[in-house]
Write a protein that binds this ligand. Structure first.
Ligand code: KIV
Length: 256
């Protein structure tokens, strides 16, 4: 089994082949992602909501993230595992950034980390990369800034907003990141940024012209009882299917 490398991800852009990535949070789902030959699996801080049941990504801790990162690494097979850095595990200082990114690699077994932010985080990204840890950036809608953004909204709709996201994406590339997530930005802006950068862009709610796409596992599988976000690419009705299976199991046992 040849493990997917950072260079393999960078090469997707060169080959102009769109690539799929997805989140995972446990051993079993990581095994399915690995079996589907999906090259990159993100242990997203969306674990905060889908695993731990918090309202936003803000409360999840380093310990809670490490717990799920380790499980995914055991199951992911050849896929490159990227560990998301939780809120305030990296923004506070360069020292915290490298210390906590290092924990994701050394204790968690991940192959790279992801963090949110552009121009303001350029030094932090560079510092982590300088210690030999690959970084995936994340610009546009950055859920850890939920309060500052007044909720989850499409970003970069104005000329000023679009310029800020372009500057952020360029800063991420300049700092040495190997790829960047573009979340909830207009399709035309995502296309423009993808053309400007040499590293792959990975879109979610950013149209089809990014170099790759990322989705939340629970959205693709339809695991939530509430409707998925507009940008979700749902391929299964997991919640309903599992509910029916459990009801059938219960009924069968009660007949014994
Ligand atoms: O935490 C997460 O799931 C993410 C993706 C939506 C990119 O950051």
């Amino acid at each position: 089994m040849k493990k997917i490398t950072i260079q393999d991800i960078i090469d997707f852009k060169k080959s102009k082949k769109s690539f799929a990535t997805i989140t995972a949070y446990d051993y079993s789902s990581a095994q399915i992602v690995g079996a589907a030959n999906i090259p990159l699996v993100l242990v997203g801080d969306s674990a905060s909501m889908v695993v731990y049941g918090y309202d936003t990504t803000l409360p999840v801790s380093m310990e809670e993230m490490l717990f799920v990162v380790k499980a995914v690494v055991r199951g992911a097979g050849a896929a490159l595992v990227v560990a998301d850095m939780p809120f305030l595990s990296y923004q506070t200082s360069l020292k915290d950034a490298v210390k906590n990114a290092g924990r994701m690699i050394k204790e968690g077994g991940a192959g790279a980390v992801k963090l949110e932010g552009g121009v303001k985080l350029e030094k932090h990204i560079k510092h982590i990369v300088d210690f030999g840890i690959p970084v995936m950036g994340h610009v546009g809608l950055t859920p850890q800034s939920f309060h500052q953004m007044s909720g989850y909204k499409m970003q970069g709709k104005t000329t000023v907003g679009a310029k800020k996201i372009i500057d952020d994406a360029k800063a991420v590339e300049r700092a040495g990141a190997f790829s960047v997530v573009l979340e909830c930005v207009p399709d035309t802006l995502a296309k423009q940024i993808s053309g400007l950068l040499t590293i792959p862009t990975v879109g979610i709610g950013a149209g089809k012209d990014c170099d790759g796409q990322i989705q939340v596992f629970h959205d693709v599988m339809g695991l939530s009882s509430s409707p998925p976000p507009k940008h979700a690419m749902q391929y299964n009705n997991g919640y309903q299917n599992m509910l029916l299976a459990l009801k059938k199991y219960k009924a069968d046992v009660e007949k014994i």
